[in-house]
Design a protein around this ligand. Sequence first.
Ligand SMILES: [Ca+2]
Length: 303
Amino acid sequence: MKSRKQLAITVGILVMVAIVLGTLLPLLVFAEVPQRINYGWTWAGGSASGVSPSVVMPMGTTVVTLEVSDGALTDTDTVSITVQDTTPPAVTVEFPTANLALQDGVTLTASASDLSGVSALYFYVREPGGAQGNPIGYENLSATLNGDTGKWEYGFDTLKLPDGYYLVLAKAVDTYNNEGWSAAVPFSIRNWAVIQLLPSTPNNKAGRTMPVKFSLRVKASVDPAQPFVYNENLTIKIYATSNPGVILQTSTFGTRARNYRIENNTLYITNFQTSNVPMQYTVEIWRTDENSLVGGFAFQTVK
Ligand SMILES: [Ca+2]
């Protein structure tokens, strides 16, 4: 009896072990064979692997094919990726340098660079005002790329503009039409010479109204022929040389007594009532628009 009971217990244990093994074995088998999935990315000129690889794509549109494989089965998909340049070119005006005084013909020069290439560059000559100046009709001056220097150039005749203060800016455009602006570079134009026509006689009688005459011509260093400069936007200031703080007469273009007029494209003339006391006077010629001094001269009255 005793041995039969022991046998029954032994059989029971064996059955339980078999049940446990039957449950666990399949799990152990699966654990020893993990599912390995490969991700392969390919495109014209490149490839990568992994679930989310970091890559550098070329400019423009590229079709990328993804192939996913677990070793037995594969599947593919494609995606179209477009890379655009949204960064404007870097551009710098190299000539003129800041605050340079220019004469005659000059070559405006700028350098520009861009990842996708600079396709065009334009210069802008403006009068001062604000961060980018005020247009005066010299916009979008299309520059040419100098193959030797790699710089962009534009031939500019400063005689087209009156003497005074200006700004030049450059705008570069890349092949994706992004526009980059240079800083504004201030410069001046100095082509004019004031030529004193008085005194026609050395002795101007004090106390009389006398015509103050002068001419404005292109500097001989710029053009030896010294052509006449016609300008209706001048302000002529006359004061006693000993007392520059008190302006005795201010003349602008017009027909009234204290205005100035331009005769025969050869001279400027304004009438000035001199003091009874003999003294020396200074005449200053200014550009009204921008309050810049063109030049001046002095004359004297006698008893
Ligand atoms: Ca760019």
